[in-house]
Design a protein around this ligand. Structure first.
Ligand SMILES: C[S@@+](CC[C@H](N)C(=O)[O-])C[C@H]1O[C@@H](n2cnc3c(N)ncnc32)[C@H](O)[C@@H]1O
Length: 279
């Protein structure tokens, strides 16, 4: 089978489910990852064949994508801050806005800093900070065994310390220690927002990573304020990702928690997306 035929036919099929630009992006991502070709190989080298041994795999991949499965789960990897991270069902696919959290946080992390990442998921924040600032000590926490297994399996060498813990429990300082920097991207989507979410997120990504009850949407931020109160050193810096609809309420929560320099940071769409504070 010619690569250009595979790409054209796959885009056509996926266009029934995705906008055509997105279908093209997904198919090219698949071809690049599985075959090691460039996004333009099928154009500048139109006679390129799909090697026989890859045809079955690619057809299975497209079938899974037609069933709505995100391409990152099909490939088992997702790009974050310029690196490919392992992902699997049971762990959230890292999102571009979280790269902004890392970028800002890196201004506050030094080679001798200690950093705590709450709700680590794939470990994308913890690993990136640890790789970008060699020497800093990163500890990361999640409640999910599936997430911790993926986080610990990332292929980057010296690992952050991963701990299974429920952040809704009070942290024991003698177990966790203290930190110069605290980062977190906790679940923050309200159950009522399911109605406007894409089916492939709802069907394939873990509820545990995404949702909070409408009756208590800031439950994880109350917990983060407690963890910051107990484990962040005086003068320490924290940054958390938030629900854009709850900026004012989340800000008020941290203001009531004896923390300082609290402010909202907007994402690249101008939405309230992060809160930073110091202790
Ligand atoms: C929004 S995901 C963030 C994952 C990753 N940090 C990222 O940015 O891609 C939230 C994570 O919080 C974890 N989580 C949910 N409830 C938790 C709890 N009570 N204690 C610790 N982690 C929890 C989930 O397992 C999930 O991995």
């Amino acid at each position: 089978m010619l690569l250009r035929d595979f790409i054209r036919e796959s885009i056509e099929s996926l266009s029934a489910f995705y906008p055509s630009d997105e279908a093209r992006k997904l198919v090219l991502m698949l071809a690049q990852s599985r075959l090691g070709v460039k996004s333009y190989t099928h154009i500048i080298e139109p006679d390129t064949e799909v090697p026989c041994e890859f045809v079955d795999t690619l057809q299975t991949d497209i079938r899974r994508m037609l069933a709505g499965e995100p391409v990152q789960y099909v490939l088992g990897e997702a790009e974050f801050y310029g690196r490919m991270f392992r992902v699997a069902p049971g762990v959230l696919i890292p999102r571009p806005e979280t790269e902004m959290l890392v970028q800002e946080a890196l201004n506050h992390v030094h080679s001798d800093s200690s950093v705590l990442d709450l709700c680590t998921g794939s470990g994308c924040i913890a690993w990136t900070v640890s790789l970008e600032k060699p020497g800093c000590k990163v500890t990361a926490v999640d409640i999910s065994d599936a997430a911790l297994e993926v986080a610990e399996s990332q292929p980057f060498g010296d690992s952050p310390r991963f701990i299974r813990a429920d952040i809704l429990d009070d942290p024991d300082q003698s177990v966790f220690g203290t930190y110069d920097v605290l980062l977190a991207n906790p679940p923050y989507i309200m159950d009522s927002e399911r109605a406007v979410m894409r089916k492939n997120v709802l069907d394939f990504e873990p509820d545990l990573a995404l949702f909070v009850p409408d009756s208590d949407p800031l439950v994880y931020y109350r917990a983060i304020a407690v963890w910051a109160g107990k484990l962040l050193v005086r003068g320490g810096f924290a940054m958390v990702e938030i629900n854009e609809k709850l900026g004012a309420e989340t800000l008020a929560l941290f203001e009531g928690a004896q923390l300082s320099d609290i402010r909202i940071v907007k994402d690249f769409f101008g939405k309230d997306r992060f809160i930073v504070f110091s202790k």
